[in-house]
Design a protein around this ligand. Structure first.
Ligand code: ZN
Length: 468
């Protein structure tokens, strides 16, 4: 052997010796969490802020420094590092912080063979995991008791959902699907303090970890879980907020085109033709819209307003604490768009669009027909006759208008709004409304409420418990 080769051989040996005696850092299993940072990646580049050890499934170890490039081919079960083969899964650990995608992480990395690529997992203690989560969920400038309440909620969520991604080999993903986790880059001294002060604290109900959803702003009162995701939980009922918060989402307005609503519903498999009206059919005691009926030229569809909101877009219709009105020329039936009355008698609506010469209904006539049917303008025999002879609809419509004067008041159902070019949703708050309202918690903390009192308010009947 040449001198250089002999030196490198010795170096390699000493590295291997060092790595064998270095233990894998791990805490008690229940306090650890496996967070998926990448799933089924074609390739991965990982590193560490110092030298680190790679250990494979056979206990084979190597100590390395700098970037480790791994790429997956079909049925990859081994990877080559420094010309040596290592069997997946791999564990990467060291004294420094592990790095991936320019972000630093505490704890270890694990690399597994996923169903179609490589999966990168960050394994670390739950308290350290929370340090990479909390700032993504709440503003560190907010009052401490609100941040502590959020820490308890995030910890409870993590512990309750351990194994949510077990099919992929980890507990939670690092995305909004679970909880956004950004590792060391997201750590903040204020959040760290709130985590330390609530160490191990969780919310339980009847001795089990509670379900702890939260949202930005409930708009005055929270939502009952049954109206959003279904199911009944005694601690996820609608509760009114005792103080007014200063949320930037306190009121909002969304103008949604009728065609956008039609398209969004069609994507959900709901085909009711041209949308002609939307009405809230059920409210909760605090004014939240629980259920809506969408009427179209081809039928109507009843759905929870939460599903409706999700179908249209949760960033457009920010909450279900909304009322509906309509705009556009053909939307003039809506009580919301009534002009001020000149005298006490209700002016008749403009019916100039009725074309008595044609036998078929034009679109405005069809919309009016839908409303008249709903208002009970026709008896059962007439309805059956129209069903069997659609060509008679026009005659029935004209007849109905002549028989009974139509006022603006009687035409729409109280909260159904006829379609113009768009529907206007006027609402309060942002989010699904279940569990803790973050802006509400902030307002309560500013009033001097403790983290426990805030959590008792939003999750009544739960217990603040030390889990470990
Ligand atoms: Zn997830």
């Amino acid at each position: 052997l040449t001198f250089i080769k002999r030196i490198s051989y010795l170096l390699c040996l000493s590295i291997l010796t060092v790595s064998i005696i270095q233990p894998i850092a791990s805490e008690a299993a229940v306090r650890n969490i496996r967070v998926g940072l990448a799933s089924n990646a074609k390739s991965l580049v990982v590193s560490s802020t110092s030298s680190y050890t790679i250990s494979d499934r056979n206990g084979r170890k190597i100590s390395v420094r700098g970037n480790l490039h791994l790429s997956a081919s079909k049925n990859t079960t081994t990877v080559t590092i420094n010309e040596k083969k290592f069997g997946l899964p791999l564990t990467l650990y060291g004294k420094g912080l592990m790095t991936f995608n320019k972000r630093k992480y505490r704890g270890n990395f694990k690399i597994l063979r996923g169903s179609s690529g490589l999966t990168l997992i960050n394994e670390l203690g739950i308290e350290n995991y929370l340090r990479g989560v909390l700032k993504m969920e709440i503003n560190p400038a907010w009052p401490r008791e609100a941040i502590k309440a959020q820490a308890v909620i995030s910890r409870t969520y993590a512990l309750k959902h351990l194994g949510k991604h077990s099919k992929e080999g980890f507990d939670l993903c690092a995305l909004p699907h679970c909880q956004v986790y950004r590792g060391v880059n997201a750590e903040d001294p204020v959040c760290d303090k709130a985590i330390r002060e609530t160490r191990g604290s969780v919310l339980t109900f009847q001795g089990k970890l509670a379900l702890t959803p939260f949202h930005s702003d409930c708009g005055g009162a929270t939502a009952d879980v049954s109206t959003v995701w279904g199911g009944h939980l005694p601690y996820l009922k609608a509760v009114r907020e005792p103080v007014q918060d200063a949320s930037p989402y306190a009121s909002w307005k969304a103008m949604i085109k009728t065609s956008d609503i039609q398209n969004a519903l069609r994507k959900k498999g709901i085909s009711i033709g041209t949308v002609t009206g939307i009405g809230v059919t059920q409210h909760d005691p605090y004014g939240r819209a629980d259920q809506v009926r969408i009427t179209g030229t081809g039928g109507s569809h009843l759905m929870s307003s939460h599903s409706f909101r999700m179908a249209i877009g949760s960033n457009k219709i920010r909450s279900t604490m909304f009322t509906i009105s309509s705009s556009g020329t053909s939307g003039s039936y809506s009580s919301q768009t009534q002009k001020s009355h000149v005298n006490n008698s209700t002016p008749a609506p403009d019916l100039s669009f009725i074309d008595k010469k044609s036998d078929t209904l034009n679109s405005k006539e069809a919309k009016l027909m839908t409303v008249l049917v709903k208002q009970g303008f026709f008896n059962a025999d007439q309805m059956i006759d129209m069903l069997l002879h659609p060509e008679k609809k026009k005659a029935y419509l004209v007849q109905a208008l002549e028989r009974k004067p139509i006022s603006r008041e009687v035409m729409p159902l109280t909260s159904t709004h006829m379609s113009g070019n768009e529907f206007i949703f006027t609402g309060k708050g942002w989010g699904h409304g279940v569990g803790m309202s973050q802006w509400g918690a902030k307002a309560l903390a500013e009033k001097g409420w403790s983290e426990k009192r805030i959590l008792d308010h939003y999750f009544p009947g739960t217990k603040l418990t030390r889990y470990y």
